[in-house]
Ligand binder design. Sequence first.
Ligand code: UDP
Ligand code: MG
Length: 314
Amino acid sequence: MMVPEISIVIPVYNEEESLPRLFEELYPVMEKLGRKYEIVFVNDGSKDKSFSMLYDFQKMHPHAVRLIDFNGNFGQHMAIMAAFSHVCGKFIITLDADLQNPPSEIPKLVKKMDEGHDVVGSCRKNRRDPFFRKAASRVVNKITNSITGLQINDYGCMLRGYDRRIIDIIANSNESTTFIPALGQKYAVNPVEIVVEHREREYGMSKYSMFRLIRLNFDLMTSFSLSPLQWVTMSGMGISVLSFLLVAYMLIRRFVIGSEAEGLFTLMAIQFFLTGISIMSLGIIGEYIGRIYKQIQKRPRFVIKKIWEEDIDE
Ligand code: UDP
Ligand code: MG
């Protein structure tokens, strides 16, 4: 395989319906760019026909396509991580397989990279996703920026470009849970964000359930900041001060007015509130401890079954 200039990285998990159109749209865009390129697909343990379709496509274009086949489902970010350790290009562009990021936007990213930006982020114009996801994302993007201290307008948009230097740093960071766009932004020297088209998912369904999305957001927050832990400490301090004042007031009241008998339900309400805060705080601490546990287990973050590419092909 010739050394490519641009590497396209695409994680694939059960996308048999989208793949034919992806091949159809992506290939001409890349050919038209007129630069040496490679497309690296990662099959993230698909249970449908995705693997055999990717396999056929790789056989059809052995010089341009590489296929990394995972041993199971390790998640979108781990799939991208695996590809990052294998890409050869000078510029690396990630893309979803479901065509929500139109391949025709790739040249825009390449142009920005040519201008010298080491990370090209993107922000979805008229994002076509269910309303509740868009609303939740808006809030999450704001909170995440303030927690992590990064500046990304659209964390969820995976159509992004990275310079070789950034990819090497990301591939060498050995985190067991992570969030690629945030890692890229963290190490970027000269990042830029562009607006890209976004399409509705036409085939298949989103691979993220509500629960999985929440977990992914916890990954993002815990990987990039300790401030949730500091909130726990601060809220504990705040509550201690308030309850001290309350005790002092009750004591004075007892001497001046006499003991108070009413207010049972007020007491219960306060108690429920405090129990809620305690459980939540335990949970936040637990999120970090769980990740420390995963990290020290040092299990492989992903397992590659086989790589299909020109050089090692039979
Ligand atoms: N994906 C993956 N592994 C997973 C989940 C998703 O490789 O466990 C891939 C999926 O095939 C797609 C991309 O990640 O190419 C984004 O997934 P999806 O479109 O479901 O996410 P959404 O657009 O709903 O955020
Ligand atoms: Mg999608």
